[in-house]
Design a protein around this ligand. Structure first.
Ligand code: ATP
Ligand code: MG
Length: 370
């Protein structure tokens, strides 16, 4: 008997528990039909954790996350928690997980299912069959660099308003090399092509970024095709001809912007999965957190309207990147594709072409059946 994969499930708030319930059905299917074994733990995060423990992530939950082969998270936050002190806001629970697990590589696939090609902000010809992956560095760069702050600029009479706001873009070679390695590893399992994006024309951190990505390529992954692009041109290319890319690797700030732009290539927020990976653990698996891109969607929570596909596809990513079950991941993605091709639609996917309207639970059932 093989050892089970350990999976910590943190449903969170709002629609989080609703979409997670559908993922659990999918996991049960793989256990019953594909001989996989999961050792599943459930715990609280976000507002749900605050309600019980007075903190958005209990120390004990943090410890369980560090031990797990993978963490699967629903969503955190909601209007009920809007007035809480910053230090205990639901989002802080998620930030603590990312920080303490040191999840430096954020993977956001932009995949366009044929049945939803008309949902894209772009023309069907441009996006049908699109399958690219944006890899964003998540733990460094201008969002974290020191010095930072808002200061008085009193000695400068020419500065109307008298203040200055400072952030620092700072990357070490080590930080760049480790995310570059992730990019090349991912590319080897996909289209064998990496495009690195920065602004080496105007930023020193961009020059270092380009040199270090090239170094990792030349010394460790010469067999993978590597190109470099200025991030502004990258933004343009992403909406002009996204199919030219396979894996895009970029820094924290550019990745934030480019991955949101890429999200709109594929249609609804309810379709987008993500993974955040860290260093390899003793068992060879990376620290890993999987979550849908969308938030807790308080406007539709509790109404059976949430689309569970983003969360289900996040589990497919876990199968691929944490559990070495690439075939099972493809099998799950194909099931989603078939259900969409049959016209099955949660409300967020209802277009002018109609379709069969279903609830969150029915969507989960249809995917399991497929
Ligand atoms: P956060 O700050 O937590 O990211 P947000 O305000 O950016 O939250 P979401 O909670 O993701 O946004 O919701 C944005 C919109 O998208 C809402 O109208 C919501 O109903 C819709 N939405 C988000 N996720 C889904 C989903 N899984 N299915 C259907 N609609 C969704
Ligand atoms: Mg948001």
């Amino acid at each position: 008997m093989t050892t089970p994969y350990s999976l910590l499930i943190l449903p969170g708030d709002g629609i989080g528990p609703e979409v997670m319930a559908e993922v659990v059905k999918v996991i049960d299917w793989f256990q019953a039909n594909r001989g996989m074994r999961f050792d599943i733990g459930h715990d609280l995060v976000g507002g749900a954790a605050y309600d019980k423990h007075g903190t958005p992530l209990a120390d004990e939950t943090m410890a369980r996350a560090q031990q797990a082969d993978a963490v699967l998270l629903g969503a955190v936050g909601g209007p009920k928690y809007d007035d809480l002190d910053f230090s205990v806001k639901p989002e802080r629970g998620l930030l603590r997980l990312r920080k303490e697990m040191d999840l430096f590589a954020n993977l956001r696939p932009a995949q366009c299912f044929e049945a939803l090609a008309d949902f894209s902000s772009l023309k069907r010809e441009v996006v049908a069959g699109l399958d690219i992956l944006i890899l964003r560095e998540l733990t460094s760069g201008v969002y974290f660099g020191e010095p930072r702050g808002i200061h008085d600029d009193n000695n400068n009479p020419e500065n109307e308003g008298g203040r200055v706001g400072i952030n620092t873009q700072r990357y070490t070679s080590g930080e760049i090399r480790r995310v570059a390695r992730s990019a090349f590893e991912l590319a080897k399992r996909r289209g064998n092509k990496v495009c690195s994006m920065e602004k080496a024309n105007v930023m020193e951190s961009g020059i270092l970024w380009r040199e270090e990505v090239q170094w990792v390529h030349d010394n460790e992954y010469p067999e993978v095709e590597l190109s470099h692009m200025y991030a502004d041109n990258g933004a343009m290319q992403l909406v002009r001809n996204p199919q030219q890319f396979d894996v895009i690797v970029t820094d924290n700030l550019f990745g934030d912007i480019l991955s949101d732009a890429a999200a709109m290539l594929t249609g609804s927020l309810g379709m987008l999965p993500s993974a955040s990976l860290g260093a390899k653990m003793a068992n060879g698996r990376p620290k890993a957190l999987y979550e849908p891109v969308h938030g807790s969607a308080p406007d539709i929570a509790g109404q059976g309207k949430a689309n569970p596909i983003a969360c289900i596809l996040s589990f497919a990513m876990a199968l691929r990147y944490s559990f070495d079950q690439g075939d099972a991941a493809v099998e799950l993605e194909r099931a989603v594709e078939r259900v969409l091709a049959d016209g099955v639609r949660t409300p967020d996917l209802m277009g002018p072409d109609g379709g069969t309207p279903v609830s969150t639970v029915e969507m989960g059932d249809r995917i399991v059946a497929a």
